[in-house]
Design a protein around this ligand. Structure first.
Ligand code: ADP
Length: 206
């Protein structure tokens, strides 16, 4: 039997507080596994930048560090997951972020006989995170990275998103990874954690 036949479809999610380095790691993991990295934050920011109808609707919400309404976010993600490149797996970054989104995603996948296979939780200290976000704001000129917005996003994350991690832990699909250290160190930890669950890079599986 070939490696391709035995390979599970990776339907993954990466979670962690804003600034824990999810985006960077998501792109690397997705590339290594040959699946798309789907970041709702990136999609929203691209829409704001291009001044699309959606972008105009969500700009003020993003700038304030609040969550876009579930209805808009769920619609966006169901469209994106229906695209051909996501049929054999994907890595979600920044979605789901509320219990209502967790439920929507479960139902969306179940309707196609699918489910999330693994949730990677990046664990990082609050002080380290605030410092990283300040640096990123300078490097990338993100208009939603003012200090107030950074603090507010941390609070919103703790209140809204941290609780839903428990529901993935209860299902036995959560893997916790220490998010402190260099990008390569963290990437190495995630790679080992995923390999232990049967997900190996496209290059090493072929
Ligand atoms: P960060 O990781 O810094 O919080 P993201 O790029 O993930 O940034 O998201 C940026 C912003 O986009 C969020 O603050 C929020 O306004 C919006 N957003 C992204 N994903 C979601 C989601 N799943 N639900 C609601 N709003 C979202």
């Amino acid at each position: 039997m070939s490696a391709a036949e035995t390979r599970l479809s990776p339907r993954l999610l990466i979670v962690g507080p804003p600034g824990a380095g999810k985006g960077t790691q998501a792109v690397a993991i997705a590339e290594s596994l040959g699946i798309p990295a789907i970041s709702t934050g990136d999609i929203f920011r691209a829409n704001v930048k291009n001044e699309t109808e959606l972008g105009l609707k969500v700009k003020a919400i993003l700038d304030a560090g609040d969550y876009v309404p579930d209805s808009l976010t769920n619609e966006l993600i169901s469209d994106r997951l229906s695209q051909a490149d996501a049929s054999e797996g994907f890595l979600l970054d920044g979605y789901p972020r509320t219990l209502q989104q967790v439920q929507f995603l479960d139902e969306h996948l179940a309707a196609q006989g699918q489910s999330l296979t693994t949730v990677v939780q990046l664990v990082a200290e609050r002080d380290e995170i605030v410092e990283r976000l300040r640096r990123r704001a300078v490097d990338q000129g993100r208009s939603d990275d003012t200090e107030d917005a950074i603090r507010h996003r941390q609070d919103v994350y703790l209140r809204e998103t941290a609780p839903l991690i428990d529901s993935y832990r209860d299902r036995g699909i959560l893997v916790e990874v220490d998010g402190l250290g260099s990008i390569d160190e963290v990437a190495g930890r995630i790679e080992s954690a995923l390999a232990a669950r049967g997900f190996t890079s496209v290059a090493s599986a072929s």
